[in-house]
Design a protein around this ligand. Structure first.
Ligand code: DGL
Length: 256
């Protein structure tokens, strides 16, 4: 592992762009490779075994591509596979996203909270430990079946009616919203349109800080050109185009 290696980052699709954009903001000189597993998404309804196998294959690929650290930019994959991956690949650090429920505990404990995540994340042992540890006793859990997939496809009308029929029930009941899937920050505006004024919690910027600390403490910070490579398991050019458009909109750099 050397400092000129890349940051490897993956998600079931392009949702992890919301994590990558935060990484680029504080680590602009790192070269990154982003892997989108569109062939196998969504991950939200898959079994633990299926997700572990998919993540294992992606990690092998990223290691071959000379990654010095791997970011799991998918809450579902983190919840189900990070322990396995850390045990199997002891030579490489993993940084894993999780629903920002601790942030609610630290900054807005007294307010009613809606946690939105995939069914897989919500049923996972990892998320349930987090919930137990930071429970504010006014938390509503909403497994958003199929939502990540709709965002991945970018279907605005479908997203709008899905939100009205699901989170619409929590209007005037919650003040905090945890975006527990990396796709959801992409529809923050649409969520706000249904729920009105709420405070959003998203773990991406804290993950980026943790990643920077890990690179610093291990002497792995690079002073490279900040190149961003995109790989998709179906090699979808349309997806690549959308990914870089969103990255630019979120304030990340464009393809170099
Ligand atoms: N972005 C993934 C997450 O954070 C989406 C999961 C899926 O593909 O269903 O959970």
């Amino acid at each position: 592992m050397n400092r000129s290696g890349k940051i490897g980052i993956f998600d079931s699709g392009i949702g992890g762009v919301t994590v990558l954009s935060e990484i680029i903001k504080i680590l602009p000189n790192e070269n990154c490779i982003y892997y989108s597993d569109s062939k196998n998404n969504p991950y939200g309804d898959k079994t633990d075994e299926e997700i572990i196998q998919l993540c294992d294959n992606i990690v092998q690929y990223l290691i071959k591509e000379d990654c010095k650290v791997i970011v799991i930019a998918c809450n579902t994959a983190s919840a189900k596979a990070v322990n396995f991956l850390r045990e199997k690949y002891t030579q490489i650090p993993f940084v894993a996203i999780e629903p920002a429920y601790k942030m609610v505990h630290d900054f807005a404990y007294s307010k009613p909270t809606l946690v939105m995540a995939t069914k897989g994340t919500m049923e996972s042992e990892k998320f349930n430990c987090l919930l137990k540890k930071y429970d504010n006793h006014q938390t509503f859990l909403l497994p958003c079946m199929g939502l990540a997939d709709k965002i991945e496809r970018g279907d605005k009308e479908e997203i709008k009616s899905y939100l009205e029929n699901t989170i619409g029930l929590y209007k005037n009941k919650v003040e905090n919203v945890v975006l527990g899937c990396t796709h959801y920050p992409l529809i923050q505006k649409e969520i706000q349109e249904v729920l009105g004024q709420v405070q959003f919690f998203n773990g991406a910027s804290n993950l980026a800080k943790r990643l920077k600390d890990i690179l610093t403490n291990n002497g792995l910070l690079n002073n490279g050109e900040g190149k961003i490579l995109f790989e998709d398991s179906q090699n979808l050019k349309e997806k690549e185009k959308r990914f870089f458009m969103i990255l630019e909109r979120l304030g990340g750099t464009n393809e170099k």
